[in-house]
Design a binder for this molecule. Structure first.
Ligand SMILES: Nc1ncnc2c1ncn2[C@@H]1O[C@H](COP(=O)(O)OP(=O)(O)O)[C@@H](O)[C@H]1O
Ligand SMILES: [Mg+2]
Length: 272
């Protein structure tokens, strides 16, 4: 835990729900899930922001077809595909951020939440840095998170890391909305489903840990192509099985958020 006790939470009164997208390790598709989930929530009529808290490896600029901007003349957040966006990749080149140390990273992420006018949002989706180290812990303690989703792939090695992620959120008492299995199966041109990496790992992790299994996202080379070309699949190909899986996921997550809010401990009563 934080050495001097938990740092104070930042207040974000205009944002109804803050969703952290986390994973134990990198490369499981966390950033891709964060971006496409944000677009799926937006497609259902919500006002949505996407904040890239991955300072060392920002993905939002490339995925959204944006780059660095002139910070003197540009107002943040940026806007694209109907989403409000913030990323360190808008401000500095990737090479510059690499040399930053922990406290600077924490300051930058805190400023994303405090100095940027997010306006009124139904959801602010936060792409957390991978792993469960100090940076992640501090961020999960300072951001007023409504809940977290854990992204995993069907492989066991990634499940071990996902468990660490679950443990971190338990420590900081952020409700875990559930587990998403990414790159889960492949839908062939024949419409059949093929389990490439084995099946049910995310579901198994959910069952074992008592978490909700939120859904599975198929593997599709167009996901990577769309990401590299700056137009995520939910926006570019909304009729694909992947995009439909994201729309279903967005509905499930909205439900789980309501459920988590209902389960929040009552505020202490005040004697007037
Ligand atoms: N469902 C998917 N099908 C195919 N490729 C995917 C899928 N999800 C993610 N990818 C690709 O996997 C790579 C890693 O994804 P990324 O979101 O950057 O992972 P992370 O943020 O966890 O490091 C990217 O090239 C991305 O386009
Ligand atoms: Mg990433």
């Amino acid at each position: 835990m934080h050495p001097q006790g938990a740092p104070p939470k930042i207040a974000l009164p205009g944002v109804k729900s803050l969703i952290a997208v986390a994973s134990g390790k990198g490369g499981v598709g966390k950033s891709t899930v964060a971006a496409n989930l944000a677009l799926a929530l937006h497609a259902q009529g919500a006002k949505v922001g996407l904040m890239d808290a991955d300072i060392y490896g920002p993905s939002v600029p490339i995925m959204m077809g944006l780059g660095t901007v002139d910070t003197k003349t540009t107002m943040f957040p940026l806007e694209k595909y109907g989403l409000k966006l913030m990323s360190m990749g808008f401000v500095v080149n990737a090479e510059q951020a690499v040399i930053w140390r922990g406290p600077m990273v924490h300051k930058a992420v805190t400023q994303f939440l405090t100095d940027i006018d997010w306006g009124q949002l139904d959801y602010l989706v936060i792409d957390l840095p991978p792993g469960t180290g100090d940076a992640q812990l501090t961020l999960t303690q300072t951001a007023p998170l409504s809940g977290a989703v854990i992204v995993t792939t069907p492989q066991e090695v990634s499940l071990i890391d996902a468990r660490k992620g679950l443990e971190m959120f338990r420590q900081v008492r952020v409700p875990i909305l559930g587990i998403i299995e990414n790159m889960s199966y492949f839908v062939g041109d024949d419409g059949k489903r093929y389990d490439i990496y084995g099946h049910g790992g995310g579901q198994k992790l959910a069952t074992e840990t008592g978490m909700t299994f939120l859904g599975a996202i198929p593997i599709d080379p167009r996901v990577a192509q769309c990401g590299d070309q700056g137009d995520p699949i939910v926006h570019r190909f909304p009729d694909t099985p992947v995009a439909k899986a994201y729309l279903a996921l967005a509905g499930t997550i909205a439900q789980e958020l309501k459920r988590a809010a209902g389960q929040a401990p009552p505020l202490p009563s005040v004697n007037l």
